[in-house]
Design a protein around this ligand. Sequence first.
Ligand code: HC1
Ligand code: SF4
Length: 569
Amino acid sequence: KRAVIIDGQEVPLNGEKNILEVAKKANIDIPTFCYHSDLSVYGACRMCIVEVEGRGILPACSTPPEPGMIIHTNSSRILKARKMNIEFYLANHERDCTTCEKNLNCRLQEMASRMGIREVRFGERTEKVPRDVSSFSLVRNPNRCILCGDCVRTCQEIEGIGVYDFSHRGSRATVEPAFGKSLAEVECVYCGQCAIRCPTAALVVKSEVDAAWEAILDPDKFVVAQIAPAVRVAIGEAFGLPPGEITTGKIVTALKKIGFDRVYDTSFSADLTTIEEAEEFIKRLQKNERLPQFTSCCPSWVFFAERNYPFYLEHLSTARSPQQMFGSVIKNFVAKQEGIAPERTVSVSIMPCTSKKFEARRPEFKNQKYADVDIVLTAQETIQLIRSANIDFNELEPQPFDVPLGAGTGAGVLFGVTGGVTEAVLRYAYERLTGEELKKVEFEQVRGLGTVRVAEVEFGTRKVKVAIVHGLANAQRLIQEIRTGKRYYDFVEVMNCPGGCIGGGGMPLGHPDYPEVLRKRAQGLYHADRLSPVRKPQDSPTIKLLYERWLKEPNSEIAERFLHTRFSS
Ligand code: HC1
Ligand code: SF4
């Protein structure tokens, strides 16, 4: 019989790669620091050791299960070794837990608590290294690094960049960017994927919560929030709700209670991006120029392209990202409508993404007097903001977004999941090019979490080839195939993070089964689309109103000035 016995329980084998996976099937949660199912196996943290009868102590992450194995995850040898391991980690680690950014979200802290560690038998490292605060999005604190290598493998395998490596030896061993440079001096694209996998506070999101409070508490400021699509299916996780549960209305209520003057939906400006980007695409299709058109709403991808593909910059859509379009709408339209000077208006975006902090500070989105987006709070920081305001999130009564720029369409909500921008553009372009009503708005071909998805869509007589890719390492492989002429596409959607924005580097922490969480968040967004009364941007009355009252028509001079941008290498 193909089965193992694990802690006295018989567990059938069904192609599991390692003992960890078998244990998970039996609901046994073996502790790990360096194991992530979407990264290569490193086997360095020694937390997942198990005792296999007749074989001795082995790491569960790199040991394949064999039929007949008798495995103990909690023998006295294992317990002793694991405790000692944690004590070694703690000896080499700053232990100021109460003031640490990761307090209550730290895996090392959780393990120490789980194992009941009450004293550390080895001395604490006293030599301190300065923190690296050079990045727009992250803070790196080497004194909290436990050398698990998660960031090294994440940046190498998911992003294909390889910012970090191990350096020095013995007690001075550390992980850092090459030649001890700061994050701002290397090829980092601010995506935060390393930080979301870091088990301690060696890599954390750079917080702007204090700046947000300051603006909110200043009676002279008019504070306007926009909420990104992906955030709505994840913030609930921090308050005990399952991933994928839609909490849009509760987030609006929470922000209103905190003191935001207006709360808007980034999905609305995603509809604007769709229309501006689709019209640009249609023109390029008709002229057969600058194809493939690449999406440009993901700032990490744009930054990477600026550095590595200068010859493709003309191919990027010039439509600004929804965050920046909304920033522009807030400062140039809403402020006027409300009779408040843009300088007094503080535009805050609530994002899944650490890289949006960098995007908001790009010089093209600022003038001498003000920036279009002043403060970017990731989902993590927003959770902190809600907690610090003493709000019981689960008990909140949902509220709608403010009018007149209310909610976006279902298509706009889909921006938060890989393939969503493409689906939104297809919903618009199909009707524009064929003049027919789209009967079935779902484009199932572009959905799913496969690393590269391709589809061919018929627009009357013209067949359009689209490709969707997420994770920069995958994107680099796809672009290589396009450059060498091995593949041809008319439209390519690139998102830096696995899953798209639902996998953003600023999303809530603390999930042992990350790929499953991404699947559920994706389902949440598809559900939100189905629930939307309007599912195509061209049918949105508010979008029509904005064009009538301000922008005139897609790609007009005003639209170009306020909603488009240029890229430079
Ligand atoms: Fe995204 Fe986007 S989808 S980039 O992931 O185009 O961050 O959610 O807000 O701007 O809409 C992020 C999400 C987000 C933008 C939109
Ligand atoms: Fe690499 Fe992204 Fe981390 Fe920068 S933020 S080091 S690009 S994983």
